[in-house]
Design a protein around this ligand. Sequence first.
Ligand SMILES: *Cc1c(COP(=O)(O)O)cnc(C)c1O
Length: 439
Amino acid sequence: MKYRSTRTRSETYTARQAVLSGLAPDGGLFLPEELPKLDSSFLQDLSRRSLSEVGFEVSRHFFEDISSDTLNTLVTEALSFPAPLVPLQLADDSSISTLELFHGPTCAFKDFGARFMARLMSWYNRNENAELTILVATSGDTGSAVAHGFLGVEGISVVLLYPKGKVSQIQEQQLTTCGQNIQAVEVLGTFDDCQRLVKEAFSDQELLAQRRLSSANSINIARLIPQSFYYFTACGQLSPSLLPAIISVPSGNFGNLSAGLFAREMGAPIKRFIASTNANDIVPNYLDTGVYSPRPSKHTLSNAMDVGAPSNFERLQTFFHNDLEEFQALLEGKSFTDNETLACMKDVHERCGYILDPHGAVGLLGLQRSLTSQERVQNGAVFLETAHPAKFASAVEGAIGIAPETPDSLQGCLKRDKQSILLEEPKFERLKEILTTVR
Ligand SMILES: *Cc1c(COP(=O)(O)O)cnc(C)c1O
């Protein structure tokens, strides 16, 4: 498989180049040259396929330079936790289920991408002498998933940028207590500032001459590919009579949704997607009006989706050939306020006892608003639950009056001391100083 940038379409790149550099030299994002179609015999038997089997079957098309045995081990180690589909007993919406993507070590779906990418990068990097620095901007969950994915990995260090005061307490503890090869940088600014700083670092030739930098944001293609796996197993867990499925994806940078589109293109039986957002409704607005106008991000309860300039939009544009009608044929956009989100969490808890986190609630709201009465009967409707509710305990408690239980994996980091470097102003020069002095 060759890869191309979303911008200069004439050049091609190897999987290794795409994975290790993250961003294309022209500033575009990598896309596979073409998406493979999985064998129909494989697809017919989806209900019997495990996540690792799907993972191997998909990845062998994308990473042809890695031997089957190595790839199999890599996939199996990365996907060491389940992604169960749980039906919700909501009286009037009987076909709605949630795909729980929070059973990984940091309790958010980003574990899928981060663990896979860390192992892939470490493999591609195995013969290099110079250390590789992974630079990540995070609005919370990315950073901790990436940090845990790379923790202790030889030859790789990680620098995490996060906006001060704009991530939850648990998220901050997860980001700042890893130690070893992980360094957190707390930025007095917004998530967009953090993303801009990362972009500036990647275009600073002087810095690039001193350090081998790579990115681990959702812009890295190695993050997206593993996120396509669970769309297949979600369909496999639905009764065949309810296929094709309709899937609502709570979205911020639109990596997860891009992966869903890949899965559909590779043969996952999916009818359409709902792009569900909080008040940062740039993509829903685009889908309604054809006008794409990025804005500064707004702070909301579902803070991992507080993105004003979604980094994967460029990929979506290339995927849909810049054609609004192509976009609209597969995607519907819906956005929701914090009050609607809280009311949904309360309603679901009262009706069936299930505890949603604010991101999952946005996903469910998208389904409820978008499904037609015919679809409610004919199609399995799935929303992705992207984080464990305990990661957003205060929002959950505000909505339903009780605190969710904290899973063991989160308890550990709550006890350790925070360690981070403060960036008093979101200025690149200061970050550059840190990057040239740390380790
Ligand atoms: C990152 C994240 C999202 C948004 O995913 P994108 O791929 O950026 O659209 C949604 N929910 C949670 C909990 C997240 O951490």
